[in-house]
Design a protein around this ligand. Structure first.
Ligand SMILES: NC(=O)C1=CN([C@@H]2O[C@H](COP(=O)(O)OP(=O)(O)OC[C@H]3O[C@@H](n4cnc5c(N)ncnc54)[C@H](O)[C@@H]3O)[C@@H](O)[C@H]2O)C=CC1
Ligand SMILES: O=C([O-])CC(=O)C(=O)O
Length: 329
């Protein structure tokens, strides 16, 4: 076992996702069974007491890998020395809202946190933004951290990706582990484009296994894209355990690598790949090698996929322009 603990800062630690996430991190599911972790929890002052309660429960789990828990209401202190930053703390949407409607309420959170990361993070810092609208919040944080490479600020598309795997597995009657290489392009919004063109099911091309284009267009894509709203409708609260699970999957693959021959979906700063304007944070097919995400290049995109990505990217550009207008970037 390595003896140097990895410092993981989680914002919104007293919230729903925080409660589902912290115990998974402390048990070793984020960074592997040999890596001790130090948790630094950031909350707003009113929620610090609740975070303290969660920290008491973390103690009571007696996790061998947990090397300490500290609680903060100040971002600069919370991100001091951070190796992995999970930016969860933000308001969730309610029924009838789109995630982009949260920009005015949540955008202001991410500039100061980006600046705090810039000021005090470890050189290898990796950031995952979960708080919505995740892609544009990640952009805001990144813009406030000029000394941190932009590709270290990622937005969570993994929940959409996992949703897509589950829908395809159910439709084709296989286990989820048999479905690989789906891509969620664009924004983590209802306008994302879930793409099965290069996916495989049991090692065979997904489009020919499914063999039902109408189902893909009329059922699969809208089900995945609108799943967040369906969960809010059913639960009366937005996804929490599945979001925490996706965050664990994202960071684990980033740090430990994606399995050979498989990619996942990551909200990553665009380098212009697939015609996505440089600088916006868009969902791409990505592999992680040597601890860094790389966009999978050279995938042929159907006309429908190109059109779907263009619509989604237009939403990202609109959000970027809106936060520029609000002087958030
Ligand atoms: N990207 C994705 O796939 C998903 C994103 N989300 C988003 O994650 C966010 C959190 O969701 P929940 O945990 O369900 O919400 P929640 O309301 O249960 O918890 C949010 C927590 O963040 C804290 N918080 C607010 N401002 C903060 C700040 N400046 N610094 C630190 N903490 C702060 C609040 O005190 C609260 O404890 C929401 O924006 C939600 O929409 C949720 C599911 C999936
Ligand atoms: O839909 C929401 O507001 C929460 C979320 O991002 C998701 O479940 O994908």
């Amino acid at each position: 076992m390595s003896t140097t603990p990895v410092t993981v800062t989680v914002t919104g630690a007293a919230g729903q996702i925080g409660y589902a996430l912290l115990f998974r991190i402390a048990s070793g599911q984020l960074l592997g069974p040999d890596t001790p972790v130090k948790l630094r929890l950031l909350e707003i002052p009113q929620a610090v007491k609740a975070a303290e309660g969660t920290a008491m429960e973390l103690d009571d789990c007696a996790f061998p890998l947990l090397a300490g828990v500290d609680i903060f209401d100040d971002a600069t202190a919370a991100f001091d020395g951070v190796n992995v930053g999970l930016l969860v703390g933000a308001r969730p949407r309610g029924a009838g809202m789109e995630r982009g409607d949260l920009l005015a309420a949540n955008g202001g959170i991410f500039g100061p946190q980006g600046a705090a990361i810039n000021a005090g993070a470890a050189d290898d810092v990796r950031v995952l933004v979960v708080g919505n609208p995740a892609n544009t919040n990640a952009l805001i944080a990144s813009k406030h951290a000029p000394d941190v490479p932009a590709e270290r600020f990622t937005a969570m598309m993994r929940l959409d990706h996992n949703r897509a795997l589950a829908q395809l597995a159910a439709k084709s009657g296989v286990g989820v582990g048999d479905v690989k290489n789906v891509t969620i392009w664009g924004n983590h919004s209802a306008k994302q484009y879930p793409d099965i063109a290069h996916a495989t099911i049991g090692g065979r091309p997904a489009p020919s296994v499914i063999a039902d284009d109408a189902w893909v267009t009329d059922t699969f894509i809208p089900t995945v894209a609108k799943r967040g709203a369906a969960i809010i409708d059913a639960r009366g609260a937005s996804s929490a355990a599945s979001a925490a699970n996706a965050a664990v999957d994202h960071v684990r693959d980033w740090v430990l690598g994606t399995p050979e021959g498989e990619w996942t979906s990551v909200g990553l700063v665009s380098d212009g790949s697939y015609g996505v304007p440089e600088g916006v944070i868009s969902g791409f097919p990505c592999v992680s090698k040597d601890g860094a995400w790389e966009i999978v290049q050279g995938l042929e995109m159907s006309e429908a996929a190109q059109a779907g990505l263009a619509v989604s990217v237009a939403g990202l550009v609109e959000e970027r322009d809106a936060v520029a207008e609000l002087s958030l970037i």
